[in-house]
Design a protein around this ligand. Structure first.
Ligand code: SME
Length: 163
Protein backbone atom coordinates (compact mmCIF):
# COMPACT_ATOMS: atom_id res chain seq x y z
CA UNK A 1 0.00 0.00 0.00
CA UNK A 2 1.44 3.36 -1.04
CA UNK A 3 0.96 5.72 1.87
CA UNK A 4 3.42 8.49 1.13
CA UNK A 5 3.01 10.82 -1.77
CA UNK A 6 6.18 11.67 -3.68
CA UNK A 7 6.08 15.19 -5.05
CA UNK A 8 8.89 16.81 -7.06
CA UNK A 9 10.09 20.00 -5.36
CA UNK A 10 9.91 23.28 -7.24
CA UNK A 11 8.29 21.56 -10.19
CA UNK A 12 5.75 22.94 -12.64
CA UNK A 13 2.12 21.93 -12.34
CA UNK A 14 2.53 19.63 -15.37
CA UNK A 15 5.56 17.94 -13.80
CA UNK A 16 3.65 17.41 -10.57
CA UNK A 17 0.72 15.86 -12.46
CA UNK A 18 3.21 13.64 -14.33
CA UNK A 19 4.63 12.43 -11.00
CA UNK A 20 1.15 11.91 -9.52
CA UNK A 21 -0.39 9.85 -12.29
CA UNK A 22 1.48 6.54 -11.69
CA UNK A 23 1.09 6.99 -7.93
CA UNK A 24 -2.67 7.38 -8.29
CA UNK A 25 -2.75 4.39 -10.63
CA UNK A 26 -0.99 2.13 -8.13
CA UNK A 27 -3.01 3.52 -5.21
CA UNK A 28 -6.34 2.64 -6.79
CA UNK A 29 -5.12 -0.64 -8.28
CA UNK A 30 -4.92 -2.05 -4.75
CA UNK A 31 -8.40 -0.99 -3.63
CA UNK A 32 -11.75 -2.26 -4.96
CA UNK A 33 -13.96 0.34 -3.29
CA UNK A 34 -14.90 3.33 -5.46
CA UNK A 35 -15.58 5.70 -2.55
CA UNK A 36 -12.24 4.90 -0.90
CA UNK A 37 -10.42 5.56 -4.16
CA UNK A 38 -12.25 8.84 -4.80
CA UNK A 39 -11.44 9.92 -1.24
CA UNK A 40 -7.73 9.27 -1.70
CA UNK A 41 -7.63 10.96 -5.12
CA UNK A 42 -9.26 14.07 -3.63
CA UNK A 43 -6.66 14.00 -0.85
CA UNK A 44 -3.78 13.59 -3.31
CA UNK A 45 -4.89 16.54 -5.45
CA UNK A 46 -5.48 18.72 -2.37
CA UNK A 47 -2.08 17.84 -0.93
CA UNK A 48 -0.22 18.29 -4.21
CA UNK A 49 -1.72 21.61 -5.29
CA UNK A 50 -3.52 23.08 -2.26
CA UNK A 51 -6.65 23.81 -4.26
CA UNK A 52 -9.48 25.44 -2.31
CA UNK A 53 -11.90 22.54 -2.90
CA UNK A 54 -11.35 19.17 -4.59
CA UNK A 55 -14.00 16.52 -4.78
CA UNK A 56 -16.43 14.33 -6.60
CA UNK A 57 -20.14 14.34 -7.30
CA UNK A 58 -21.71 11.04 -8.40
CA UNK A 59 -24.77 10.56 -10.56
CA UNK A 60 -27.21 8.94 -8.14
CA UNK A 61 -30.48 9.35 -10.05
CA UNK A 62 -31.32 10.46 -13.60
CA UNK A 63 -29.90 13.97 -14.10
CA UNK A 64 -28.90 14.34 -10.45
CA UNK A 65 -25.46 14.62 -8.88
CA UNK A 66 -24.85 13.87 -5.19
CA UNK A 67 -21.82 14.93 -3.18
CA UNK A 68 -19.09 12.32 -2.85
CA UNK A 69 -15.66 12.32 -1.21
CA UNK A 70 -14.03 15.74 -1.07
CA UNK A 71 -11.41 17.91 0.62
CA UNK A 72 -12.26 21.48 1.51
CA UNK A 73 -15.12 23.51 2.94
CA UNK A 74 -18.69 22.27 3.36
CA UNK A 75 -20.39 21.80 -0.01
CA UNK A 76 -23.87 21.55 -1.52
CA UNK A 77 -25.16 17.99 -1.39
CA UNK A 78 -27.19 17.69 -4.59
CA UNK A 79 -26.82 19.38 -7.98
CA UNK A 80 -29.28 18.82 -10.81
CA UNK A 81 -27.82 18.44 -14.30
CA UNK A 82 -29.38 21.80 -15.25
CA UNK A 83 -27.64 23.66 -12.42
CA UNK A 84 -24.14 25.01 -11.90
CA UNK A 85 -20.84 24.23 -13.53
CA UNK A 86 -21.00 20.62 -12.33
CA UNK A 87 -24.44 20.12 -13.84
CA UNK A 88 -23.38 21.71 -17.13
CA UNK A 89 -20.29 19.47 -17.42
CA UNK A 90 -22.37 16.40 -16.52
CA UNK A 91 -25.09 17.31 -19.03
CA UNK A 92 -22.69 18.17 -21.86
CA UNK A 93 -20.45 15.20 -20.97
CA UNK A 94 -17.37 17.35 -21.43
CA UNK A 95 -14.81 19.15 -19.33
CA UNK A 96 -15.61 22.75 -18.44
CA UNK A 97 -13.06 25.36 -17.40
CA UNK A 98 -14.55 28.48 -15.84
CA UNK A 99 -11.90 31.21 -15.47
CA UNK A 100 -14.27 33.54 -13.57
CA UNK A 101 -17.06 31.83 -11.66
CA UNK A 102 -18.96 35.11 -11.24
CA UNK A 103 -19.30 35.33 -15.01
CA UNK A 104 -20.77 31.81 -15.36
CA UNK A 105 -24.58 31.92 -15.44
CA UNK A 106 -25.95 29.61 -12.76
CA UNK A 107 -22.68 29.01 -10.97
CA UNK A 108 -23.41 27.57 -7.51
CA UNK A 109 -21.31 29.41 -4.94
CA UNK A 110 -20.70 26.79 -2.26
CA UNK A 111 -17.84 28.98 -1.07
CA UNK A 112 -17.50 32.72 -1.60
CA UNK A 113 -13.72 32.24 -1.91
CA UNK A 114 -13.97 30.28 -5.16
CA UNK A 115 -12.78 32.33 -8.15
CA UNK A 116 -12.25 29.73 -10.88
CA UNK A 117 -13.28 26.14 -11.43
CA UNK A 118 -12.71 23.04 -13.56
CA UNK A 119 -15.13 20.12 -13.81
CA UNK A 120 -14.21 16.84 -15.53
CA UNK A 121 -16.95 14.26 -16.14
CA UNK A 122 -16.46 10.50 -16.24
CA UNK A 123 -18.60 9.24 -19.11
CA UNK A 124 -19.40 5.56 -19.57
CA UNK A 125 -21.66 4.31 -22.35
CA UNK A 126 -22.79 7.86 -23.06
CA UNK A 127 -23.79 8.59 -19.45
CA UNK A 128 -22.01 10.81 -16.92
CA UNK A 129 -21.32 8.58 -13.90
CA UNK A 130 -19.49 11.17 -11.79
CA UNK A 131 -17.64 14.45 -12.03
CA UNK A 132 -14.36 15.65 -10.57
CA UNK A 133 -14.80 19.26 -9.43
CA UNK A 134 -11.93 21.55 -8.43
CA UNK A 135 -12.32 25.12 -7.19
CA UNK A 136 -9.47 27.60 -6.88
CA UNK A 137 -9.38 30.79 -4.84
CA UNK A 138 -7.33 32.32 -7.69
CA UNK A 139 -8.97 33.66 -10.85
CA UNK A 140 -8.14 31.91 -14.12
CA UNK A 141 -6.22 29.14 -12.35
CA UNK A 142 -6.97 26.30 -14.78
CA UNK A 143 -5.61 25.69 -18.26
CA UNK A 144 -5.44 22.99 -20.91
CA UNK A 145 -2.62 21.45 -18.84
CA UNK A 146 -5.01 20.82 -15.94
CA UNK A 147 -7.68 19.57 -18.33
CA UNK A 148 -5.25 17.14 -19.99
CA UNK A 149 -3.94 15.63 -16.73
CA UNK A 150 -7.23 15.63 -14.83
CA UNK A 151 -8.88 13.85 -17.76
CA UNK A 152 -6.12 11.23 -17.52
CA UNK A 153 -6.81 10.82 -13.80
CA UNK A 154 -10.56 10.44 -14.49
CA UNK A 155 -9.69 7.90 -17.21
CA UNK A 156 -7.83 5.85 -14.58
CA UNK A 157 -10.98 5.87 -12.41
CA UNK A 158 -13.05 4.87 -15.44
CA UNK A 159 -10.79 1.93 -16.27
CA UNK A 160 -10.75 0.76 -12.66
CA UNK A 161 -14.42 1.18 -11.73
CA UNK A 162 -16.51 1.69 -14.90
CA UNK A 163 -15.01 -0.80 -17.36
N1 SME B 1 -19.50 25.50 -7.97
C1 SME B 1 -20.13 24.24 -8.31
C2 SME B 1 -20.85 23.65 -7.13
C3 SME B 1 -20.03 22.71 -6.34
S1 SME B 1 -18.94 23.45 -5.33
O1 SME B 1 -18.01 24.27 -6.09
C4 SME B 1 -18.11 22.38 -4.38
C5 SME B 1 -21.09 24.43 -9.46
O2 SME B 1 -21.40 25.57 -9.86
O3 SME B 1 -21.55 23.43 -9.98
Amino acid sequence: MTETLHLPQGASRAEIYRALLPQIESLIAEVDDLIANLANIAAVLKQAFGFHWVGFYRTTAPDLLTLGPFQGPLACVTIAFDKGVCGAAARRRQTLIVPDVDAFPGHIACSSLSRSEIVVPLVQEGETRLVLDIDSDKPDDFSAVDQDWLERIVALIARRHFP
